[in-house]
Ligand binder design. Structure first.
Ligand code: PLP
Length: 344
């Protein structure tokens, strides 16, 4: 496989002269800022935030053991997903490959960007079907999205199969690790130096408990990251988000305590679910949710709703017939859910 990043980037993005913000043109010491048309009246929010998120990147790069030049921050991982399409996929021409079932944003982003999505099925146990997947790559395929642990099935994809795809494909392989903190499995971040076509996504939305902040992390080579920086909205990460993320990322201990609590609850919940009459199968989970196959998913879903409990109905998607995706809640929430399911 020969990987040539230059052949992958869209022509208009290659020649694009990025927007240069006031904060880009002046970086240094000054006491009077009359360059950005901000309000001069101090409040916590009257100045534009750092467009390069320097401090936050320092913190995350030391936490994740990568160079700052290998890190892009997005307004949620969803922004990084969209920017990958915009940087690398020519609308109406290029294609992406997405093993299904998986996170819905990849196909929505593909549709928004008018990029053809080719789909292959995962195996019945939701792992990569290597032969089918490799066969589905076309000369126009620019991106392959792999979600591990996978949403909505909850399982990790086999690392060896991911490696085979990384080796065989000369476009970008995006591994979405939104749920990696709930596993003991090693992140693919450690493989960045070996694979120039690897992109890893993580987020503060799940294990870190900061979904409302909107902070997604994208790790890739120091050649890929500048392409994303070039096309991002200048101030994509707000000041309060940068400040709060910096503060919370210091408290790894609390994050770990809460993750362990969720893992313990996941064990209990899975065990209890499997003894419920309406539950036909509990899929193994490496994430903070459990996929279950029930008898008549739509009815179970509606029934739970009338009790004020909302789960995710995934019964319409491939390989997930009669499946509900249940997020692991607090011990009290899980108990109420189990009680209601037992009454069915
Ligand atoms: C929840 C989730 C995300 C998180 O997206 P954010 O925009 O960072 O909140 C990303 N990928 C997958 C697979 C998810 O389930």
């Amino acid at each position: 496989m020969q990987f040539d990043l230059n052949k992958l980037i869209r022509e208009n993005i290659k020649v694009l002269k990025p927007y240069s913000s006031a904060r880009d043109e002046f970086e240094g010491e000054a006491s009077i800022f009359l360059d950005a048309n901000e309000s001069p009246y101090p409040s916590s929010y009257n100045r534009y935030p750092d467009p390069h998120q320097k401090k936050l990147k320092q913190k995350i790069s030391s936490l994740k053991n990568v160079k700052e030049a290998q890190l892009f921050l997005g307004n949620g991982s969803d922004e990084a997903i969209d920017l990958l399409f915009r940087a690398f996929c020519e609308p109406g021409v290029d294609e992406v490959l997405i093993p299904q079932p998986t996170y819905g944003m990849y196909s929505v982003s593909a549709a928004i960007n008018n990029v053809k999505m080719n789909q292959v099925a995962l195996t019945p146990s939701f792992d990569i079907d290597l032969v089918t997947t490799l066969q589905a790559i076309t000369p126009k395929t620019k991106l392959i999205f792999l979600c591990s642990p996978n949403n909505p099935s909850g399982n990790l994809l086999s690392p060896n199969k991911i490696l085979e795809i990384l080796k065989a494909f000369n476009g970008l392989v995006i591994i979405d690790e939104a749920y990696i903190d709930f596993t003991t499995s090693e992140s693919f971040i450690s493989k960045l130096s070996q694979y120039k076509n690897l992109v890893v996504l993580q987020t503060l939305s799940k294990a870190w408990g900061l979904a409302s902040l909107r902070l997604g992390m994208c790790f890739a080579s120091k050649e890929i990251i500048p392409v994303l920086n070039k096309i991002k909205p200048p101030y994509n990460i707000s000041g309060p988000t940068q400040a709060l993320a910096l503060e919370r990322l210091d408290d790894i201990e609390t994050k770990n305590i809460l993750v362990n609590e969720i893992l313990e609850q996941r064990r209990t919940l899975a065990k209890e679910l499997s003894s419920i009459k309406a539950v036909e199968h509990v899929f193994p989970s490496d994430a903070n949710f459990i996929l279950v196959r029930v008898n008549a998913a739509k009815q179970v879903y509606q029934k739970l709703l009338t009790r004020g409990i909302v789960v995710r109905d995934r019964s319409n998607i491939i390989l997930c017939n009669d499946c509900l995706r249940i997020t692991v809640g607090t011990p009290t929430e899980n108990k109420i859910l189990l009680d209601e399911l037992n009454k069915l």
